[in-house]
Structure formats: C-alpha cells, structure tokens
Design a protein around this ligand. Structure first.
Ligand SMILES: [Zn+2]
Length: 390
C-alpha cells in the first residue's frame, strides 16, 4: 500500500475547480498546463496534446519496464453552472463540512485530482511498474467526447490494456454504460393551399403518425442485461410548417436513443428506416423520408469476471468496503476509448453520480483520498512489481 497525501488531493481539486473550463467553449488548456506543471514538478513526464486554440488534452506517463499501459482517464471540461443560485460560488472550491463545492467537483475534477495524486504517490514510492501507468485527461467530453476522439484518431493510447474512468460513482464499480444514438428524421411532402389539403402531402401529419408508431414499436428487439435496464427513446425536437393556410411540405424531428450492449446501431437505423417507410406508404406514398445519424457512441460493457473488474472490486473492498457493481445510463470517454483500443474498462470515481450537472455540486474529501488510494492500489495490483511496496 502506498501513502496518499490527503492535503494534495484536496488542494488539487480546489485549484482545478477555480479554472473555469466551462464547455462551451471549453478552455481546458490552462487546466492541462497547470496539471502538467504539477506532474513534472514531481518528476512525471506530461505532454499537452493541443486541439483548437485554448483547448488541449493532457497525457502523462509513469514508464514501466514491461509492455502496455494501465490508463486512468478523466475530463477537464465542465458544464455551465446553470441559472439556479448556488450556496457556494460554482468556481470557489469552498471547503465546508468536509465537502468541496464547485462545478466539476464531482464531475469530475475531483477524480482527475485523485488520479494525479495517486501517480505522484506511486512515483514517490519508487514503483517499477511492469506496464506504463498513464493519465489521459481529455478536453471536450461534455460535448461529443471530443478530446477522446482525437486520442483515438492519433492512436495516443496505443498499447493500452486497461481503462479506469474516474467519473463519479461514489466509488462503486460500474462496468457498463449505455450507448448514444441521436437521429434526425426529415419528412418531405407536397405543399398545397390550406383550404385544399387533399392536394398536398402533409409532412407534419405524417410525422405525428410516425412518432405514435415509434412509441409503440421501440425498443426494437434487444437482450435485457442485469445492469442497464431497457433502452430508451425520446423525441426531443420537432420543426415544421410556415403558415396556417399552407400545407407543410417539410417536417423534422430529432430522436435521442440510449442503447444497451448487444444492440447494433446500424440495425436500429435500418429498422427505423423500414418503419418510417411503412408509415409513409400507409399515409401517403408521396412522402419522402430521410434518416440521418447525428451522434453515435456504442454501448460498452466489461464482463464481470474480467481481471480488471475483479481487481477493482478487490481494491475498493479493501479501502472502503464492498462496492456496488452496476452500470450507467450515460456515455463516458470509454465509449470512444474502449472500442478504439479494444480494452476493458471500469468506472470508479469520487462523488455521487447524481451530483453531476446539478447546482451546489460537491465532493466529500474523504472520497477524494479514498479514490487516490484506490487508484494507487489498483495500479499496484495490476502492474506493480515486488519492488513496489517498499
Ligand atoms: Zn463527467
């Protein structure tokens, strides 16, 4: 077991919150530069991966003398603080009653601070890992997993063998996440004078029927797993029509689908196209339908018997008691990094999952220290050597 500097993880969390890396636009580069300085002050090699102006990922590495790497990941951006007033300033990093307050305290600058603290503890302990221990800190997670996408494209994590995502789980071990499939459906019909609707093909009326049928037909067939429940579908925007006396010849909806492991997004899109075609044939064969995929992240799941999952459960149990093993309904950077590098993942981080994106977001400092301990011990467990714990 390595010794964690409890004051360091608290200070890092507060410092990170005080950088206002609100996405949009992101502004993650100052956060990445700050962390690079902290890491190199402790002799850990850290490199910025520049994206757009003012934006950067950060990669840091404790080199091992074997092959491959254990990757810890967290994102550097936060969502805006929202309209509701906060009891403590959203960028204050105030420490009150054992909790640090601020946007990103739980989601997820606390998790990033815990990873950095763990790496420093491992470095100071003189660990000779048998694989590299890597921090992959991403920009732009809150908008399309942007930074992770660049890491995948640039093959920045080549040789990765395991992924630990420090999103808030109250330090439970989550091993599955739903996929995201955002789809636009555009209907084109035929316009006519509003007094002669029989001459037109009303795109809005068609869309109303399609929405009704979607509610009945979805979810398309899937295998229910124990961790994630059912896939969901929600029609969340609709546009169409210009004037009360004109039959609309266009209508568009956007659909947010959250999928579960085993569902293939390509099949869902095909099923949706078939359904839309059927409804159009019944309604008016002159209606044209286009289905566009706007955003596509696959569901991710690591088998419970995987060595990474077992090591995570074991380590958390030792540090703070038996964790719950579950799944999350949202996507993390794992949705990009797991398929790109073909690696298993666990999500385990400080703070309550329900805190994310809420006013008065906070993280208990007890969990910050425990998280750092868990990450360091997990690294020892997976890639430590006999010389490690001296
Ligand atoms: Zn997050």
């Amino acid at each position: 077991m390595v010794t964690i500097d409890g004051r360091l993880v608290v200070r890092l969390t507060q410092d990170l919150i005080r950088f206002q890396s609100v996405n949009p636009p992101g502004d993650e580069q100052p956060v990445a530069e700050y962390l690079a300085r902290v890491l190199s002050d402790h002799g850990i090699e850290a490199t910025l991966q520049p994206l757009d102006p003012g934006r950067a990922n950060l990669l840091a590495r404790l080199p091992g003398d074997g092959t491959g790497s254990l990757v810890f990941t967290g994102h550097l951006d936060v969502v805006p603080p929202g309209e509701q007033p906060w009891d403590h300033g959203p960028f204050s990093g105030d420490l009150v009653d054992g909790r640090i307050y601020g946007r990103g305290s739980a989601d997820m600058k606390g998790g990033v601070a815990a990873i950095v603290t763990a790496m420093i503890a491992l470095k100071d302990a003189g660990l000779q890992p048998v694989a590299d221990i890597v921090l992959a800190a991403t920009a732009g997670e809150e908008a399309g997993l942007y930074g992770a996408g660049v890491m995948a494209q640039d093959r920045s994590l080549e040789g990765a063998r395991w992924l630990v995502v420090a999103e808030p789980t109250d330090l439970n071990v989550f091993i599955a996440e739903k996929g995201i499939l955002w789809i636009d459906v555009t209907a084109s019909g035929r316009t006519a004078h509003g007094s002669m609707p029989h001459l037109g093909a009303n795109a809005i009326s068609f869309m109303a029927r399609l929405i009704e049928r979607l509610d009945v037909s979805y979810p398309f067939p899937y295998d229910a797993g124990p961790l994630l429940g059912a896939p969901t579908l929600s029609v969340n925007t609709i546009q169409g029509g210009n004037k009360t006396n004109v039959v609309p010849d266009a209508c568009r909806i956007s659909i947010d689908m959250r999928t579960v492991p085993g569902q293939r997004h390509g099949e869902i899109v095909r099923d949706l196209q078939t359904l839309a075609r059927e409804v159009a044939e019944e309604f008016d064969p002159d209606i044209g339908v286009r289905v566009d995929v706007v955003h596509d992240e696959p569901p991710v799941e690591t088998p419970r018997q995987d060595a990474l999952v077992q090591a995570a459960i074991e380590t958390v149990s030792r540090v703070r008691g038996t964790p719950e093993v579950g799944g999350v309904a949202y996507a993390t950077d794992a949705a990009v990094l797991c398929p790109a590098f073909d690696i298993p993942m666990v999500i385990c981080g400080p703070g309550a999952p329900g805190m994310a994106h809420q006013p008065n977001e906070h993280v208990p400092i007890e969990q910050l220290t425990q998280a750092a301990q868990i990450y360091a011990d997990l690294a020892l467990n997976l890639v430590g050597s006999s010389r490690a714990a001296t």
